[in-house]
Design a protein around this ligand. Structure first.
Ligand code: ATP
Length: 293
């Protein structure tokens, strides 16, 4: 095999609470991740040279060693004492710097794809440990489906996925700095302790209504304070016909809505389409990375 194509799925956070600040400057979180159908394509080819080459047509995505896909290839290559040259082409569909873990998903796809392409034989657990060295969301992107996460978001407990749940995603085109959001956090606002357990139980029971009532993201507080237009967009999204709940994903600025069905999602999509940078209907996904034949 000379080439492999891997789907790199975005994630949303159905719940995100910050439970403390760590000495290393990171924050301890409690979050519920879910993979979604929206994905980038990552095409990895063997090369005769020794180089790692990354190409992505998106202007905000670097092609040098700061690209998370590059760093994933470098990490795996180092782990086995060199894999030779590879070219990585990223077809970007996931909005960049949008709280959907696009870069982490690309890194996960490279870990998974290279492991297959070069028959490296690493277990998923081992790949997830490599992934955690690159970014907090990479282990989940390799894990996929649904998970409850603690630590910096890298300690994962599998949850049963919510299958084919219709979603509408809206990105207003505002790039929110994750570091600035965490800096402005007010810990006295953190959600009561058992809220995470409650939404987790709803997911375990496949209770979509319960999940929509338990949607929560503490990071909305500092983001909405700085960008009231995102808060207003969420209110408008929440009141669309067929919407059972809406939330901001990660540190934003993407908003998502749980919809009763794809028809109502598409109706709302046409309502927002010309006013936001990105708007799409998708569904929850059982996987984070997937090799295409
Ligand atoms: P998260 O939800 O994990 O916080 P995000 O969705 O907010 O991530 P990304 O799309 O991963 O953010 O992009 C964050 C930054 O990372 C971008 O500004 C971009 O310059 C850089 N970056 C590095 N590699 C990639 C990549 N492969 N795809 C997208 N962005 C990348």
């Amino acid at each position: 095999m000379e080439k492999i194509k891997v789907r790199a799925h975005a994630k949303i956070n159905l719940y995100l609470n910050v439970v403390g600040k760590r000495e290393d400057g990171y924050h301890n979180l409690e979050t519920v991740f879910h993979s979604i159908g929206l994905h980038d394509d990552v095409i990895i080819s063997k090369q005769d040279t020794q180089e790692i080459i990354v190409h992505c047509g998106h202007p905000a995505v670097p092609s040098d060693s700061s690209n998370l896909a590059y760093r994933a290839a470098e990490r795996l290559s180092d782990a086995v004492g060199g894999i030779g040259g590879v070219s990585i082409e990223i077809k970007k569909r996931i909005p960049v710097a949008a709280g959907l873990a696009g870069g982490s998903a690309n890194a996960a796809a490279v870990f998974h794809g290279l492991n297959e392409l070069f028959s490296l034989g690493f277990t998923q657990e081992k790949l997830m440990r490599f992934g955690a060295q690159l970014g907090a969301d990479v282990p989940f992107c390799l894990h996929g489906g649904a998970a409850f996460a603690t630590g910096i978001g890298d300690q994962l407990t599998r949850l049963p996925e919510l299958s084919d749940l219709p979603l509408l995603l809206l990105n207003p085109g505002i790039e929110v700095s994750t570091a600035a959001v965490f800096k402005k956090l007010n810990f006295s606002l953190t959600k009561r302790e058992n809220a995470g357990i409650i939404i987790r139980t709803h997911i375990e029971n496949g209770d979509v209504l319960g999940v929509s009532e338990g949607l929560y993201n503490l990071l909305e507080v500092p983001v909405f304070a700085q960008y009231p237009e995102i808060a207003a967009l969420k209110t408008e999204l929440s009141t669309q016909a067929g919407c059972s709940g809406a939330l901001m994903s990660g540190s934003g600025a993407t908003l998502f809505a749980l919809m009763h069905n794809c028809q109502s999602a598409r109706r709302s999509e046409s309502h927002f389409k010309n006013r936001v940078r990105f708007c799409t209907t998708t569904v929850t996904s059982p996987v984070g990375v997937h090799i295409e034949n």
